[in-house]
Design a binder for this molecule. Structure first.
Ligand code: MN
Length: 248
């Protein structure tokens, strides 16, 4: 028996084809492949409304990957939307906040990616910059636009963090974001910054593995062992917390 990894899903609306306007539940396949490559059994967790149902989602998995996607609704961190913020998707925000709460309360590991890191930070009381242009010091190109598996900028990693155990002082990452963390949520610490000071990773203080990264390791994992190793580290903690035997 493997370890069941829930990957938070989104909804995509058909723009053409036979069913324009039709809604489909999905995740990008890179999350599925990276999970499987690191020894987990991937499941897509669709956006839901009912908290009991979301709690059941959390109970049914051994670990959670929060996937990337839309900008978090600024109302959730006490701001009006500026003209540079993306289109809101409140139903997904609320579904993922409840999912996170239940997964973390159940002591299970979480790997939060890009938007996932942002929703993690907001769910626990942090805030975001709605656009990189709101950060005076930000001079690095944080949206490389294409060539998704290529590293595009470096990060500096704080000593004593989980990321430091994995990578040491520096790592090379890809970058596809136009928002970033402003105030870090209480109970979390920053574990990596870009060279312009932009926050690139946070970790929950304490023993539970709850790590958020601003980049997209799932897009690099097949080409760069260093990024597959992040998924493998997550999986090690999933195995420990599930108390099961390795089956692969
Ligand atoms: Mn970046």
């Amino acid at each position: 028996m493997g370890f069941l990894i829930g990957i938070s899903g989104s909804i995509i609306v058909d723009q053409g084809g036979r069913f324009p306007g039709y809604k489909r539940a999905y995740v990008n396949n890179d999350y599925i492949e990276s999970t499987a490559l690191s020894g987990g059994v991937p499941f897509i967790l669709p956006v839901l409304k009912d908290e009991e149902m979301i709690k059941a989602q959390a109970e049914s998995i051994d670990g959670l990957i929060l996937s990337g996607g839309q900008d978090v609704n600024p109302l959730l961190y006490g701001e009006e939307p500026t003209t540079k913020t993306g289109s809101p998707f409140l139903a997904r925000d609320q579904s993922e906040q409840l999912l996170l709460k239940h997964v973390i309360d159940q002591g299970k590991p979480v790997l939060a990616i890009c938007r996932g890191l942002q929703i993690l930070n907001v769910a626990y009381g942090g805030t975001l910059y709605q656009d990189m242009s709101d950060i005076k010091e930000a001079f690095i190109k944080h949206d490389q636009y294409n060539n998704t598996s290529d590293p595009s900028h470096s990060i500096m990693i704080k000593d004593g963090t989980r990321l430091h155990d994995l990578y040491g002082n520096q790592a090379l990452i890809n970058s596809f974001h136009h928002q970033a963390i402003k105030d870090v949520a209480p109970g979390f610490e920053v574990s990596a910054w870009a060279k312009d000071g932009v926050i690139e990773a946070i970790e929950k203080q304490g023993d539970q593995f709850v790590v958020g990264v601003q980049w997209h390791p799932e897009m690099m994992a097949k080409q760069h062992i260093s990024m597959l190793n992040l998924f493998k580290l997550f999986m090690e903690h999933v195995k420990q917390s599930a108390g099961k035997k390795v089956s692969i």
